[in-house]
Design a binder for this molecule. Structure first.
Ligand SMILES: Cc1ncc(COP(=O)(O)O)c(C=O)c1O
Length: 355
């Protein structure tokens, strides 16, 4: 059998949820499990994160799956409903849609659900992606509160730069200024805001990335935040080559040996979810020793430097990210984010569940 596998730790996710709860104080925690729980598997994440106060997903299908798995906590639909017909399902499955556009309020008004539902009203405080304009808050909130299909309203916004030095104040302050008068619960914090800005907590926080053990910040490692990696992508060396000075490796012949050196071919490529654009120098662990990739990543293989790994040969274990090698370090070297790497784990990679 091809030696690649992803080890996914239930215990690490549960631990990371406890960290989120610690930062959340009295705020309740929606565990964000969209995109197959950022690549970790919805069912697995549901078990690991069972102590969450609620779950947040993107689609009705994900929400229905969670209900089928026995989830009885609130489920937030982060982009709300995509058509009037989905309102009835919200009532049936007790889902809480985020409403961010007038058409969604129209659907709720004209096709009222069999029983009133909780809604989140999302306001655009500067990200300019989804949300009602802040300036229209009075009319929107008044309209929503009057709808017979609405059982309760929570106000919500989302930050564009909570992970960057500029932070959240430029969005948080206008949001709070307009929202406070309504006396309604509110929600704003993603992982970065939850970890760094206690003023953003509100009634509900919505961490995703940190639950999987990655850091939202470029300048702080997940370990420094007390987080444990939930996914370890690992494989083995399936072939060893000895290059002579001037020999080049792989498609495009992008890496050229300056001296005689041993290199190992690892059973992991971009069809497994490893980023093809990772350049020579992207970190890996070979037999537990830090090393680096060489040349271009192929569909099913990549090449690593064995110069400092004299004991490594065919069958030696290679960690691509996870335990001992933060996914953030790999993402930085590959010019991408840990979000993308985790979500991109390919379906063909066998998953082994660990404690
Ligand atoms: C509206 C909303 N809230 C919360 C999150 C979770 O963000 P993070 O994974 O950075 O914690 C997301 C993720 O994209 C989101 O879209």
């Amino acid at each position: 059998m091809r030696p690649i596998q992803a080890r996914i730790s239930i215990g690490a996710m549960a631990h990371n949820l406890r960290m989120a709860r610690h930062h959340a104080g009295t705020a309740r925690v929606f565990a964000v499990v969209k995109a197959n729980a950022y690549g970790h598997g919805l069912s697995r994440a549901r078990r690991a994160l069972a102590a969450a106060d609620g779950f947040a997903v993107l689609t009705l299908e994900e929400a229905a799956n969670l209900r089928q798995m026995g989830v009885d906590q609130p489920i937030l639909l982060l982009e709300g409903v995509f058509g009037a017909d989905e309102i009835a399902t919200c009532a049936e499955l007790d889902l809480w849609p985020v409403l961010h556009h007038a058409a969604q309020l129209d659907w709720l008004q004209h096709q009222p659900p069999a029983r009133p539902i909780q809604i989140f009203l999302k306001f655009d405080s500067g990200m300019h992606r989804l949300g009602f304009p802040l300036a229209e808050h009075a009319a929107i909130v008044a309209r929503a509160k009057c709808l017979p299909g609405v059982a309760g309203v929570t106000l919500m916004t989302h930050f564009a730069q909570a992970d960057e030095a500029v932070g959240v104040d430029w969005q948080l302050q206008p949001f709070l200024r307009e929202m406070t008068g309504h006396g309604l619960p509110w929600s704003s914090a993603n992982s970065a805001a939850l970890l760094r800005y206690p003023d953003t907590l509100g009634a509900w926080v919505r961490p995703g990335l940190m639950l999987y053990g990655a850091s939202p910040f470029a300048d702080v490692q997940a370990g420094q935040l007390g987080l444990r990696p939930a996914m370890t992508l690992q494989s083995e060396i399936i072939s060893v080559q000895t290059l002579q000075p001037g020999d080049k490796v792989g498609y495009g012949q992008l890496f050229r040996a300056e001296r005689a050196m041993r290199v190992g071919m690892v059973a992991c490529g971009y069809a497994d979810g490893y980023p093809r654009h990772a350049l020579t120098g992207t970190p890996v662990l070979v037999n537990g020793h830090p090393s680096r990739t060489l040349g271009r990543v192929s569909m099913d293989m990549l090449c690593v430097d064995l110069s400092e790994c004299a004991d490594a040969g065919v069958g030696s274990p290679v960690v691509l990210w996870g335990e001992g090698l933060p996914v953030d370090a790999v993402a930085t070297a590959a010019g991408t984010s840990s979000y993308e790497l985790l979500c991109a784990l390919a379906a063909r990679v066998p998953v082994i569940e660990a404690d």
